[in-house]
Design a protein around this ligand. Sequence first.
Ligand code: G4F
Length: 327
Amino acid sequence: MTRKVLITGVTGQDGACLAQFLLEKGYEVHGMVRHSSSANLERIEKLRDRIELHQADLLDQLSIITTIQKVRPHEVYNFAAQSFVPTSWSQPLLTGEFTALGVTRMLEAIRLIDPSIRFYQASSSEMFGNVREEPQNEQTPFWPRSPYGVAKVYGHWITVNYRESYDIFACSGIMFNHESPLRGMEFVSRKVTDAVARIKLGLQDKLVLGNLDAMRDWGYAGDYIEAAWLMLQQDRPDDYVVATGIKHSVRDLVELAFGHAGLDCRDHVESDQKLFRPAEVNTLCGDASKARRVLGWAPKVSFAELIRMMVDADLERVRREKAARQP
Ligand code: G4F
């Protein structure tokens, strides 16, 4: 029997990556998209004729119920969220509605329609925030440092709670930062690799960043969505940290990206206090030994390979765009 999946946030990096991965595995793929006057379908453009899209909204319980009733998926992956940390300070309530309560709306729909549907919640290393220990594992206490992190803590615990209260096969994947050429331009990795390409091709001269000393455990999104899928293929639902176990500073990322394009970052990069966050997560580094042991999962792409892949993809794209603009 063909397995059916419903992916929320299918137009984002992780949703698009997972859609591609599950199509290759023979799944019937359905995606949930919000109504928007300017639909952002870029990342799934090549998959459009193989994915069925449904208009629904994490803020609207009825639309979620109607969609799940119509699709009757075997697996649901909840990637939709207000996921940009700085925006969570300017829109804390909206962030709470999407990123926290949206998870309950998904779980309520599953509980009402068919509690045998398997559910994946995209939890985040931002929940560890002001880290209590290093590296962070599934037992490390949370201390979120942004309204986004706080909302993700709620999403994590409501997932655990529906598993314990209603025996729903609900898993929470505590994912550390994961990037790819599909990453949104607002996140630091892509902001840097896009700037490197534009500087290299003479379209820009400066790159202004915030805190260059922040440390993150950066992995490749393609590796991470496989871990999410593996979680839903187990005999028992559980929660897992997904990480590489190696951390780097934003400065390391910058040096690597500029160096790969033959540029010296000291000539181009500035740090501006205005881009610092009201409360920063200074360092994150995950311990994914449980995922390794139980799921047999391990990251395949290294930090250096990831950044080089992103710089190369942006160089190619910016070159194409530049050529198209020339008469
Ligand atoms: O790339 P970032 O914006 O990612 P952040 O805040 O760590 O969150 C990402 O990863 C989480 C997983 O841990 C996800 F849950 C979340 O949805 C998102 O995908 O920033 C990374 C670091 C921060 O410390 C930030 O202060 O880079 C620092 N940074 C320095 N200059 C900057 C900049 N971040 C951004 N976005 N832009 C800058 O100019």
